[in-house]
Design a protein around this ligand. Structure first.
Ligand code: NAI
Length: 297
C-alpha cells in the first residue's frame, strides 16, 4: 500500500504548540504537508500568552526538513481567526486542512460555574472553531477541496462532572461538524470530529496510572487519515486513545407509533421507546425526517 502523503497540502493546526496539536503538526509535516503551527501559548486555563511553544514546533519541523510557519493569534476572536488563515494564505497560498484543536479548561461543578468560566471556554473551543473555520471555509469552497477535523470530547458526548461549560462547547462542535458536513458536501469539503484521550498537560493529573499508555502520538494516525484526500467519510465522530479507535454516532430507536398517544401510553410503552434493537443512524436532519415519515405512513 502507498503511504498517505500530503505533498503540497497546506494544513492549519490550532493550539499546536504542545500536546495533541503538536503531534498532529509534526506528523503532517513529516508526510509532506506545509504547516501553520498556531498557538497562543497561554496556560491550561487560557491566561497569558507566549510565542515560544509554537516557534519550538516550527523549529522541530524545520530541523527535520519540513516547512512550517508559526502563528500566535488567539482563536477566540474573529480577528484572530482571520489572521491565522491569512498566515496560511500569505505563506503557502492555499488551505487544504484545518484541525481545530486549541483548548482550555475552566472546570467547576455547575453550582460553582460562573459566566466568566462559561464565556472563556465557549470562546476558545466553540466560537474559536467558528472564527477559524469561516475564513478557511471560503478558501476551501473556492478550491473545491477541504478537510476539517474538530476536537470534541467524551465530556460533551457522554457527560463528565464539573465540565458543563467544556461539555457544552464540545457537543456544540459536534453540531458544527454535522451541519458543515451537509453544507460542504457539494464542494468536496469533508468535516469530521474526534473525541480523544491522551496524556497532555491538560490531563496529566487526571488520567492516573494508565496515562503513559495514552500518548498524543496514538491519536494522530486517525486524524491524518481524516484529513487525507482519501478520507471516505464526512460528519463522523470517533473516540480514540492509546491505539483504540471507535466510532461514536447518534442513533434513533425504532420507537413506537400511536396516533392516540397519551402520557399513560408513553409510561406503559417506555421500554419499547427506549429499546435499542433496530435503531438507525440518520445522516442528516432530513434523513431523520424521512425515517419519521416512513414510520407514520
Ligand atoms: P494542551 O493544553 O496541550 O493543548 C491545547 C493548546 O491550545 C495549548 O498549546 C494552548 O496554548 C492552545 N490554546 C489555548 N487557547 C488558545 C487560543 N485562544 N488560541 C490559540 N491556541 C490556544 O492540551 P491537549 O490535551 O493537547 O488539548 C488539545 C485539544 O484536545 C483541546 O481542544 C482539548 O479540549 C481536546 N481534548 C483533549 C483530551 C485529552 O485527553 N488530552 C480529551 C478530550 C479533548
Amino acid at each position: 500500500m502507498v503511504d498517505l502523503g500530503f505533498d503540497g497540502k497546506v494544513a492549519i493546526i490550532t493550539g499546536a504548540g504542545g500536546g495533541l496539536g503538536r503531534s498532529h503538526a509534526l506528523e503532517l509535516a513529516r508526510r509532506g504537508a506545509l504547516v501553520v503551527v498556531n498557538d497562543l501559548g497561554g496556560s491550561v486555563d487560557g491566561t497569558g500568552s507566549d510565542t515560544t511553544a509554537a516557534q519550538a514546533v516550527v523549529d522541530d519541523i524545520t530541523a527535520a526538513g519540513g516547512d512550517a510557519v508559526a502563528n500566535y493569534d488567539s482563536v477566540a476572536t474573529p480577528e484572530g481567526g482571520r489572521a491565522i488563515v491569512q498566515t496560511a494564505l500569505d505563506r503557502f497560498g492555499r488551505i487544504d486542512i484545518l484541525i481545530n484543536n486549541a483548548g482550555i479548561l475552566r472546570d467547576a461543578s455547575f453550582k460553582n460555574m460562573d459566566p466568566d468560566k462559561v464565556g472563556a471556554v465557549l470562546d476558545v473551543h466553540l466560537r474559536g472553531a467558528f472564527n477559524v473555520t469561516q475564513p478557511a471555509w471560503e478558501q476551501m469552497r473556492t478550491q473545491n477541496y477541504g478537510r476539517i477535523v474538530n476536537t470534541s470530547s467524551g465530556a460533551g458526548l457522554f457527560g463528565n462532572f464539573g465540565q458543563t461549560n467544556y461539555g457544552a462547547a464540545k457537543m456544540g462542535l459536534v453540531g458544527l461538524t454535522r451541519v458543515l458536513a451537509v453544507e460542504g458536501a457539494k464542494n468536496n469539503v469533508k468535516v469530521n470530529a474526534i473525541a480523544p484521550v491522551a496524556k497532555t498537560r491538560m490531563t496529566e493529573d487526571l488520567l492516573g496510572p494508565i496515562a503513559d499508555k495514552l500518548l498524543p502520538e496514538s491519536v494522530t494516525p486517525l486524524v491524518v487519515f481524516l484529513v487525507h484526500e482519501d478520507c471516505p467519510v464526512t460528519g463522523d465522530v470517533y473516540s480514540l486513545g492509546g491505539g483504540r479507535v471507535a466510532r461514536v454516532f447518534v442513533g434513533v430507536t425504532k420507537g413506537i407509533v400511536d396516533p392516540g398517544l397519551t402520557a399513560e401510553t408513553v409510561r406503559d410503552r417506555f421500554g419499547e421507546i427506549r429499546d435499542e434493537e433496530g435503531y438507525e443512524v440518520p445522516t442528516s436532519m432530513n434523513d431523520e425526517l424521512r425515517l419519521a415519515l416512513k414510520a407514520l405512513s
